[in-house]
Design a protein around this ligand. Structure first.
Ligand code: NAP
Length: 224
């Protein structure tokens, strides 16, 4: 298969969307580096994806990639793993869940995408098969209720990050795409989103299949 033994960095793997995507790439045979921002997050990811730890297919370093220093530490880890000098095949950038306050909304939902891009783009293989995928949400396009303002503002800012990345990678082989989620996503193992009870929710494996398809395919500059 196309993704077998390729190297992927995916952030946000402790969360709803990222956990499903990390699992799907592991099932496709990809070697996955899923940084965790803290030891509790690391334990959560390791427990959820335990089956792939033993054979070295999954790596869960503690690195707060939501900061400049943490993203640099993540890059060092990947380099030591053999992903330096263009050894990374794919990156999936996911950051932050629900936005509660303006400062944290930018710090948790926007800035990490920027720090990750600065650290990970130089590691990307100069191949047409390589890809960088930014995960965002549809609420930057419209704000259905006032309480959603911070989510709308931060989501729209992520569109800017993704557009800037596509501009940066234009003319280079690695492809950059964005998955803009327009529905509520839940873990496959749960019946609903924990913060949005009663709302119809799609299992994360469904959006994960889209991410795997983008990485394995030839799409570039796509908004999916
Ligand atoms: N789930 C949905 O219904 C849905 C719908 C539309 C769009 N989305 C998109 O998917 C993204 C992830 O959503 P989710 O539901 O998976 O969120 P989630 O379950 O709340 O997970 C959030 C992830 O972001 C990490 N994070 C939190 N604060 C951070 C920070 N300061 N810096 C870096 N990472 C941080 C968390 O890591 P820790 O464990 O270390 O805190 C966790 O891995 C959203 O931002 C949005 O763009 C989701």
């Amino acid at each position: 298969m196309a993704l077998r033994q390729q190297l992927l960095i995916i952030t946000g793997a402790s969360g709803i969307v990222g956990s499903g995507m990390a699992r799907a790439f592991l099932e496709a045979g990809t070697t996955v580096v899923a940084p965790a921002r803290s030891p509790p997050s690391q334990a959560k990811v390791q427990a959820e994806l335990a089956g792939w730890l033993a054979d070295g297919q999954l790596h869960v370093p503690v690195a707060d990639w939501g900061s400049v220093e943490g993203a640099a530490a993540l890059a060092s880890f990947v380099e030591q793993l053999g992903g330096g000098g263009g050894g990374v095949d794919h990156v999936v950038s996911i950051a932050g869940g629900v936005a509660r306050d303006a400062g944290p909304a930018i710090a948790t939902r926007v800035a990490p995408h920027v720090w990750l891009a600065k650290a990970a783009v130089p590691l990307l293989a100069e191949r047409h098969t390589s890809s960088y995928t930014v995960v965002s949400g549809m609420m930057g396009e419209f704000c259905p209720w006032p309480e959603g303002a911070l989510t709308a503002i931060s989501s729209a800012a992520v569109y800017g990050v993704s557009a800037a990345l596509r501009a940066e990678l234009a003319g280079r082989p690695p492809r950059c795409n964005e998955i803009r989620i327009g529905t509520v996503i839940r873990r496959d193992s749960q019946s609903e989103h924990p913060l949005l009870p009663g709302r119809p929710a799609v299992p994360s494996s469904r959006v994960a299949a889209v991410a795997v398809g983008l990485a394995a395919g030839w799409q570039r500059d796509q908004l999916v």
